[in-house]
Design a protein around this ligand. Structure first.
Ligand code: HEM
Length: 149
């Protein structure tokens, strides 16, 4: 948790909002360009892209602020995503990295080395938390757990 990181991160979120840029469109194009086989997992890209983008940003920002709700939300996310097929951990990592990268592109002059570092550090914490959730589900509920790797 870091107040300085959270302030930098909030400034980039505000810059993107002020610029009126909805990063989900470019983000999902980029994700499907890297993982074309995943497109058919989505029934509604329009519906899912809103929530996946918002919630990924909220979780990363929440981790910077030390919010206690992030862990239960991540545990739930990992479990509900079982319904969408076997999602490799590398695709979670890629989605998270691409979310931060698209935010940076949209933030323009509000993006700095420091804000990039803050986002990346807490994005890495989210990746670690997703791994922990997958491992804990595998221990707690081996029959129905999401895959670990
Ligand atoms: C931290 C990362 C992620 C978050 C916060 C997240 C969040 C969500 C949420 C909230 C939904 C429900 C959307 C709705 O029904 O309105 C959803 C759906 C979905 N997510 Fe994610 N997600 C993440 C990563 C991923 C990754 C990496 C993949 C694929 C590799 C993925 C694949 C899907 C699919 C296939 C759906 C169903 C969409 C549909 O039925 O149209 N998600 N996600």
């Amino acid at each position: 948790m870091s107040d300085a990181d959270a302030a930098l991160m909030e400034a980039s979120l505000i810059a993107v909002a002020d610029a009126g840029i909805d990063i989900r469109h470019a983000l999902f194009e980029r994700f499907f360009a890297a993982h074309p086989e995943r497109r058919e997992s989505f029934i509604s890209v329009d519906a899912a892209s809103r929530r996946m983008t918002d919630e990924t940003l909220q979780m990363i920002f929440g981790l910077a602020k030390g919010e206690g709700w992030v862990w239960p939300l991540v545990a739930e996310l990992v479990f509900t995503h079982r319904s969408y097929g076997a999602l490799p951990i590398a695709e979670y990592d890629a989605f998270i990295d691409m979310t931060v990268a698209q935010l940076g592109l949209a933030a323009g002059p509000a993006w700095s080395e420091d804000s990039a570092l803050a986002w990346r550090q807490h994005a890495d914490a989210l990746k670690t938390m997703i791994r922990k959730a997958r491992a804990e589900w595998a221990t707690a509920m081996p029959a129905g757990a999401p895959q670990i790797a």
